[in-house]
Design a protein around this ligand. Structure first.
Ligand code: NAI
Ligand code: PYR
Ligand code: MG
Length: 547
């Protein structure tokens, strides 16, 4: 019974090896006479568009990827803005929530706590051992803002790796989606007869750490060229395992470091526009974080470098940042708090707790408001109006995913700031017309999907032994620098997603240079290349769907 219900995929290896046979490679007679790649692409796109719900589109694309990988990625690259909301946030969130209902076939590795003691041999059953370059690993404990989804979190590892392939040209056979099954604390799944994971609550911290130590050791032994991206671990574990392994293996945590980098990049561009409107120096920005989990604190840490780059000391930079959690503004005199909040906890306030966001705004007078709280509509009309009253161009980034958990919509932000808002959100929103000027306004997507493909590609090509803070910062500054004149003219905070391959190549170049400076690169022959030679080299390495 257990074997039938769980996706541990002994007989799936053969199917994985056989995946991706484009119709043109089949023997004559097995395809219709007039089957032509170009027309078939239009046919597949029309079939995709005929699906009426996001989830149906997701399932269609997942099947297309299985049947004809080249076609899937060709269409993905040609329709990035239309496909990313399906293969990634928001629809991937729904796909994860329903993973045990929509599951069809093996696409990655599920490593369970029961596999402890034999993880190495399990990892060896992956069909393309020598090709392995990048793995996205989740334990499913905090998928987007949707909570503990257990083994259903596999969808996020698959979705992120699809973006690595489309956005950075990583070879599909070099990617390994992994979901660790350490139980789930979500009762609904434990009671669901279709649930695909182990049917027990999450194992205690000590048992998880023993398991993680064996897992990481096995990963580096079996796949010596692998970079690991930790994804959507609950906050304590996200910080714990990043710190535990980052000096030992090439790895980064996307929610802490990738998100930090993408938001720093958008903030750099927004702050210039905001300061130009207010006449205030860049050093005078005051940033309020609504949400103090792995993403909130990760972004706050990275935004420190915004201020230190302008010449402020570390102490001065830290004082430009305020955190809010579910108990209100975070300050020392409030009492006991989680370790990761202590650094930014305010030392200069000792009054009564301030819990209402409007009161906190009136006390802090922020120029920028960041939402990483998973609290839908927390930035209500009053909050947006208060930000607009304080700033000629308020910076408002509701970054929680998926869309229905966003702290506000772009339409609301535009309406309640009278079109002055500088906006970026975690999930996509439609563009809006400025009510006063009639000009079209475009929302930025402040999502780590702009960073991890280029950061990963750079680390892989450099064969970095570690992912240093300087490499993460380089990815961020590279992204901020990649806006074209046309994108700047439209006040965009991030480049258009259609240019993702160029952006990833540019970011990868910056990451490789940072790896070289930090002496963590093993591909030392790249050191002598000029920047343009290096970019050409990176582009040459990118995988393209064959058509
Ligand atoms: N845009 C992007 O690229 C990314 C967005 N995220 C999103 O950030 C969100 C948070 O992720 P984590 O930090 O890992 O989660 P988390 O659960 O660790 O943190 C949530 C934080 O929000 C606070 N919070 C919750 N309810 C609140 C309320 N009513 N008022 C004030 N604070 C409240 C909590 O106290 C906690 O500090 C998720 O929705 C996730 O999807 C995460 C990574 C990347
Ligand atoms: C985007 C992302 O990594 C998250 O919401 O967790
Ligand atoms: Mg994430």
């Amino acid at each position: 019974m257990t074997i039938v219900l769980t996706p541990y995929w002994h007989d799936g290896v053969q199917k994985l090896k056989m995946a991706a046979q484009p119709p043109a490679k089949l023997p004559h007679g097995l395809t219709p006479p007039a089957l032509d790649d170009k027309i078939h692409a239009a046919r597949c796109l029309a079939q995709f568009r005929s699906k009426t719900s996001g989830l149906e589109k997701y399932i269609f694309l997942s099947m297309l990827k299985h049947e004809n990988e080249d076609m899937f990625y060709k269409l993905c690259l040609e329709n990035m803005a239309e496909f990313t909301p399906i293969i990634y946030t928001p629809t991937v969130g729904e796909a994860c929530q329903k993973w045990s209902q929509i599951y069809r076939r093996p696409e990655g590795m599920y490593i369970s706590i029961k596999d402890k003691g034999k993880i190495k041999s399990i990892l060896k059953s992956w069909p393309k051992l020598d090709d392995a370059r990048i793995s996205v690993v989740t334990d499913g404990s905090r998928i987007l803002g949707l909570g503990d989804l257990g083994v259903n979190g596999m969808g996020i590892s698959i979705g992120k790796l699809s973006l690595y392939i489309a956005g950075a040209g990583i070879r599909p056979s070099s990617t390994i989606p992994i979901c660790l099954d350490l139980g789930t604390n979500t009762q609904k799944y434990l009671e669901d007869p279709l649930y695909l994971g182990a049917r027990h609550s999450r194992v205690p911290e000590a048992a998880m750490t023993e398991f993680m130590d064996e897992f990481m050791d096995a990963m580096s032994a079996v796949y010596p060229k692998l970079l690991i991206q930790f994804e959507d671990f609950s906050t304590d574990n996200a910080f714990r395992y990043l710190e535990r392994y980052r000096q030992k293996y090439p790895l980064f945590n996307d929610d802490i470091q990738g998100t930090g980098a993408v938001v720093l990049s958008g903030f750099l561009n927004a702050a210039k526009l905001s300061s130009a409107a207010s006449g205030q120096p860049l050093t005078s920005h005051r940033i309020l974080f609504f949400g103090a989990g792995s993403a909130g604190v990760g972004v706050a840490m990275q935004l420190m470098s915004f201020f230190t780059l302008q010449g402020l000391s570390e102490k001065e930079a830290r004082e430009r940042i305020w955190l809010v959690d579910s108990q209100g503004m975070v300050f020392d005199a409030r009492g006991k708090m989680a370790e990761h909040k202590k650094y930014f906890s305010r030392k200069d306030y000792s009054g009564p707790p301030i819990t209402d966001l409007l009161d906190i705004i009136s006390y802090v007078k922020p120029t920028a408001l960041m939402g990483l709280s998973t609290t839908a509509n927390a930035f209500h009309s009053g909050v947006l109006q208060a930000m607009a009253a304080l700033n000629p161009r308020p910076i408002i980034f509701p970054l929680s995913n998926p869309v229905h958990l966003s702290e506000c919509s772009f339409a609301d932000a535009v309406e309640h700031t009278n079109g002055t808002v500088l906006f970026a959100s975690g999930s996509p929103f439609p563009e809006q017309r400025d009510p006063s000027s009639g000009r079209m306004l475009y929302p930025g997507q402040g999502n780590n999907m702009y960073i991890f493909p280029g950061l990963g590609l750079g680390a892989i090509i450099a064969r970095a032994t570690r992912v240093t803070d300087s490499m993460v910062e380089a990815s961020s500054l590279g992204l901020a620098d990649s806006l074209t004149a046309d994108e700047k003219k439209a006040d965009l905070l991030y480049p258009r997603i259609e240019r993702i391959r160029d952006i990833s190549a540019f970011i990868a170049k910056e990451v490789i240079r940072a790896a070289q400076k930090a002496n963590v690169d093993r591909s030392t022959h790249l050191r002598t290349m000029s920047d343009s030679e290096l970019i050409a080299f990176i582009k040459e390495k990118m995988w393209d769907p064959s058509f």
